[in-house]
Design a protein around this ligand. Structure first.
Ligand code: NAP
Length: 234
């Protein structure tokens, strides 16, 4: 049975990815930083294991991942956002966003790769955002972190392809999760008007894209950014 590690597996999109990949036959490690109860419940329901570490802390990442052993599939999904003018976001918050979203993805990839390279097989899927593709006003630090993930995906894909490892990225649009819970009814109405398909994304839409990239049906695809956004960014 292949092993998949999903960072931020306790969140809205992460939970859907954990459940889909478990249904696809993977043994799942559900990572969390704070939401222990939720991660343990998901893990129990899908026959996986919950694993606590902060993706932005490289030592924690190395020690947690060495405890898992072989990771066949890494999903870099953990992420945080903060809304505000670039000049209003504190330097501390900006660091946190970059450290979790971008550096956290790089920390986890760096920790799983030596073993993948040794086995000449592995798969890494990074979760970016449509804002990493086109930029969002009042989410400048977040957009920069997510654009960084796109650059990271493309460069790493080139570097590790000769070792039989694929690296791809999913760029979600507006997906209904806790991350978007602060939007008012009025905001949501306006956002919906900008979605050509006319509906908000659900976590399962992202999980379906991840499931495809995690499978052999995508065996000739690497270094790509798969946008799942209802047409909001084309
Ligand atoms: P969410 O429900 O808020 O979940 C975020 C997850 O990240 C939680 O599991 C959280 O775990 C985890 N996390 C946060 N800081 C962490 C850290 N330092 N170390 C390890 N895990 C950490 O958000 P979501 O909507 O599912 O988002 C998942 C991913 O999709 C994020 O990368 C996000 O940027 C991206 N995305 C979301 C949307 C959207 O519309 N929702 C759109 C584009 C992209 P704890 O609760 O345990 O801290």
């Amino acid at each position: 049975m292949k092993t998949a590690l999903i960072t931020g597996g306790s969140g809205g999109i992460g939970e859907a990815i954990c459940r889909q990949l478990a249904a696809d036959g993977f043994k799942i490690y559900v990572n969390f930083a704070h939401s222990r109860e939720k991660a343990e419940r998901i893990a129990e329901e899908i026959g996986g294991a919950a694993i606590c570490f902060d993706v932005s802390d490289n030592n924690e990442v190395i020690s947690a991942i060495s405890g898992i052993g072989t990771v066949d599939l890494l999903i870099n999904n953990a992420g945080v956002s903060e809304i505000g003018l670039f000049t209003d976001i504190s330097e501390k918050s900006a660091q946190k966003i970059l450290n979790i979203n971008l550096k956290g993805s790089m920390n986890c990839a760096r920790a799983v790769l030596p073993e993948m390279i040794r086995r000449k097989s592995g798969n890494i899927i990074n979760i970016s955002s449509m804002w990493g593709q086109c930029g969002a006003s009042c989410e400048v630090d977040y957009s920069a972190s997510k654009a960084g993930i796109i650059g990271f995906t493309k460069a790493l894909a080139k570097e590790v392809a000769p070792s039989g490892i694929r690296v791809n990225c999913v760029a979600p649009g507006f997906i209904i999760t806790e991350m978007n819970s602060h939007f008012s009814e009025e905001d949501l109405k306006l956002i919906k008007e900008d979605i050509p398909l006319g509906i908000f994304g659900q976590p399962r839409h992202i999980a379906d894209a991840v499931s495809f990239l995690a499978s052999d049906r995508s065996e000739y695809i690497t270094g790509q950014i798969l946008a799942v956004n209802g047409g909001m960014v084309i």
